[in-house]
Design a protein around this ligand. Structure first.
Ligand code: ADP
Ligand code: MG
Length: 374
């Protein structure tokens, strides 16, 4: 089932007299393709949950429309939309067993949707099998780990065979290892069921790893939509560039003069077609190449060898952040001197941004290349 968001906006009135209203979601338009997993990503307060609750029907949009397939569902109640919703804090009924928790949504079906007891049980076991908790059906939630509880919550959301599955930070309460495992599970379940899914998270790595497409939001406004790798490889603005990637992108104050990009007065790259101006330069950690003749000279602070990766921690006067973190090839390490390190840069891992708008400035035919790759 494709889901269409059309100019979706949510304004919360001010809580205090004369205070400012909050535009939680601002003119969000997007067609979520059928059967895909979409990661809705952004910092806390950017409007992710509000968007999800509008899709689900728990919040009414201030303006705009929502379609499931061709059906306009904007005015429908959550029960009539055919959605399954999973929250961060599982929200299971503590006095009920796992089985009763999963059966609950089916027992509440009315009229023509009413099911026989056997049919309900069969469905409940199917859903439980899908999330691999069918052995735990007679336990109470308090007798389960966090990961198991979240599986029960997912089974409960799936049991009504929803048209759309909505997950609001479903992994945030799990410890690191379970989080990793459960996100793989969610991906598998989504692929097996083919249910169009919206997955909300503030964790870029989580969103990148399981989403077919990500939507990056900031202050209620969509910044960029695309396949995770495409957004990483070609961010539209400085915010998106900084939000994606671990270690994060390194940002420098730079200058363009005569189609050369200067950092600290040294020409680090050619930037064909870019007019003279001050810019922000974003350099991905993997962009740095150790090179004695390299034009970017940084003060060496530390070399961290972490298994496969070598990370060089350095600093530079024109770096926006106190430290620069680069991931380099271990083979070149012998060329690192005592106090300073010289780098050459991989051009396709370096982005420049307008100093005022923080929008991307494209170099040469970069923009055409991005369009062609889509
Ligand atoms: P996220 O899920 O990305 O953290 P939310 O969608 O919960 O963000 O919130 C977006 C903005 O809307 C925030 O500024 C938040 O304070 C505000 N907001 C959310 N719900 C309400 C509400 N019921 N009343 C007033 N403001 C709200
Ligand atoms: Mg939220």
């Amino acid at each position: 089932m494709k889901v269409v968001l059309e100019n979706l906006t949510k304004i919360f009135p001010s809580r205090t007299k004369g205070g400012k209203e909050v535009i939680a979601v601002n003119d969000f338009t997007f067609e979520i393709p059928d059967g895909k997993l979409i990661g809705l990503l952004g910092p806390s307060g950017c409007g992710k949950s509000t968007t999800l609750y509008m899709i689900c029907g728990l919040q009414k949009p201030s303006s705009g429309k929502i379609f499931f397939g061709e059906d306009d569902v904007t005015e429908l109640t959550p029960e009539n939309r055919g959605v399954g919703l999973v929250f961060q804090n599982y929200a299971l009924y503590p006095h009920m067993t796992v089985k009763q928790n999963i059966l609950f949504p089916l027992q509440n079906l009315k009229g023509a949707d009413k099911m026989s007891k056997d049919a309900m049980l069969e469905r409940a076991y199917e859903a439980a099998k899908l999330v691999q908790i069918d052995e735990l059906m007679d336990r109470k939630p308090s007798e389960l780990s966090g990961g198991q509880q979240q599986r029960v919550a997912i089974a409960r959301a799936l049991v009504k065979m929803p048209r759309v599955l909505l997950l609001d930070e479903p992994l945030s309460n799990l410890d690191a290892r379970l989080r990793l495992q459960t996100r793989e599970e969610i991906k598998r379940i989504q692929q097996e069921t083919g249910i169009t899914t919206v997955f909300v998270t503030h964790d870029q790595e989580e969103a990148m790893s399981i989403s077919d497409m990500i939507v990056v939001m900031k202050s209620g406004v969509v910044q960029q939509i695309g396949k995770p790798q495409d957004v990483y490889d070609s961010p539209l603005n400085l915010f998106v560039a900084k939000f994606l990637g671990t270690p994060p992108i390194n940002v420098f104050n730079g200058k363009v003069e005569n189609e050369k990009l200067l950092i600290g007065g040294n020409a680090v790259l050619d930037v064909k077609g870019v007019s003279d101006q001050e810019v922000f330069v974003g350099i991905r950690p993997e962009a740095f190449i150790i090179d004695k003749q390299g034009p970017l000279e940084c003060k060496l602070l530390n070399v961290e060898v972490m298994g496969r990766d070598v990370s060089i921690v350095s600093s530079h006067e024109d770096s926006v952040n106190p430290i620069i973190r680069s991931i380099v090839d271990a083979d070149n390490l012998k060329e690192v001197a005592q106090e300073s390190v010289h780098f050459a840069l991989k051009p396709h891992k370096v982005f420049i941004f307008n100093k005022d708008t923080e929008e991307r400035i494209y170099v040469g035919n970069e923009k055409e290349k991005v369009e062609a790759d889509k």
